[in-house]
Write a protein that binds this ligand. Structure first.
Ligand code: MN
Length: 373
């Protein structure tokens, strides 16, 4: 086998344009920043990971700039000279050097998995126990355009069989206006496609108690994180109040968070992002707790580019606990292709990429074009 010792850890910030502005409760983005982390071995193999948050530091305090500093100054020295097959040891040593910063750690964890798998000539899912499925369902995030345009876009996507389930972001508008807009869309799509919402933790308890039931009566099939992440008792109250599943996202970033959600009955589903959890290894711990508690997991995204998305697809295809579909649509939201061969989306699903490592190859010309100067 080739020499697995890590000889370099390099980072590059990209800004990749999107097909349309992607709106969150507190911000809107027209390009997604990505931090590419390249781990190279003495044997000449390079593994890639992606440091990616939804648009900026508003979600969890990390950004591509903080991740670059953490990776270069604090994580790289832990990696250099170690083998890419020492993932457990390296990730555990990293905890002694850097607290939290899970998005940055995820980039490193994925780069190690990619480099090790490529060195062995196997796909990343082999390192996770093997794929037990070759594709997963993908929900599409609809934009913030007027309801009529959104309905038309959704019906077109159902017609072309690309997606059969849709997510709408809430929390930026007045709650009454926001709720009326979503209900109008949900009614128009009733019987044709599922509609779910994500408030990104922006409503307070009383606002959520007033509007969440109206959304459910209006046909919304799943309520994601209406209230602040740390307020698990409020999430539990809402979960008892409505008959449809409540999904925890901001509330769950660590295995212990998952344990607390389970203990309090705060959610029926956990939005599992391999990024926010700190990588593939930690994600398995979160899913293990969910499985034991009878909580479903949804393969969620932080608007990952092709590397982060490929990693999340390998995870979702190797982990039976990701049993509530996914929203791994990231690459479809980018207007520029960064891969030599795009990730394949069809019939409401995304396919597990084939080939060694993550099974995707970067187009280095495209990477250069979108590298931040
Ligand atoms: Mn979310």
């Amino acid at each position: 086998m080739t020499d697995l010792s890590i000889v370099s850890v390099e980072t590059t910030i990209l800004d990749v344009p999107l097909v349309r502005p992607h709106k969150f409760a507190t911000t809107s983005m027209t390009a997604q920043p990505l931090l590419l982390v390249a781990v190279r071995t003495e044997g000449g193999v390079t593994g890639y990971g992606e440091g990616v948050v939804p648009g900026g530091p508003w979600w969890g305090g990390e950004s591509v700039e903080t991740m670059q500093a953490i990776v270069e100054k604090y994580l790289a020295p832990v990696l250099l000279g170690r083998g890419v097959d020492e993932i457990t040891g390296i990730m555990s040593d990293i905890e002694r050097v850097v607290a939290n910063a899970r998005f940055a750690k995820a980039a490193v964890d994925v780069a190690l998995h990619d480099a090790w798998a490529r060195s062995l000539g196997v796909p990343v899912h082999t390192l996770l126990g093997g794929a037990f499925r070759r594709g997963v369902d993908v929900t599409w995030a609809l934009g913030a355009a007027p309801a009529e345009e959104i309905i038309e876009e959704a019906l077109g996507l159902v017609e072309s069989k690309r997606h059969f389930s849709f997510k709408l972001k809430m929390g930026a508008l007045d709650p009454a206006v926001d709720t009326a807009r979503v209900v109008r869309i949900a009614q128009a799509l009733q019987g044709k496609a599922g509609v779910r919402i994500d408030v990104n933790a922006r409503w307070d308890r009383l606002t959520a108690l007033k509007y969440v039931p109206r959304l459910v009566e209006g046909g919304v099939e799943l309520i994601e994180q209406p209230t602040p992440g740390e307020q698990l008792e409020v999430l539990a109250e809402l979960n008892r109040l409505v008959p449809v599943p409540v999904m925890a996202d901001e509330s769950v970033q660590t295995p212990h968070d998952a344990l607390e959600v389970a203990r309090r009955g705060a959610a029926d589903v956990i939005a599992l992002k391999t990024t926010k959890c700190g990588g593939l290894a930690k994600s398995r711990e979160v899913v293990a707790i969910a499985k034991a508690a009878g909580i479903a997991c949804h393969g969620a995204t932080s608007i990952e580019g092709p590397i982060g998305t490929a990693a999340s697809i390998h995870f979702a295809c190797a982990e039976p606990g990701i049993n509530f579909g996914t929203e791994l649509f990231g690459p479809l939201l980018f207007s520029e292709e960064l891969l030599q061969e795009p990730i394949r989306y069809a019939d409401g699903q995304v396919s597990l990429p084939e080939g060694p490592g993550l099974g995707v190859e970067l187009n280095m010309d495209a990477v250069k074009t979108w590298t931040r100067n």
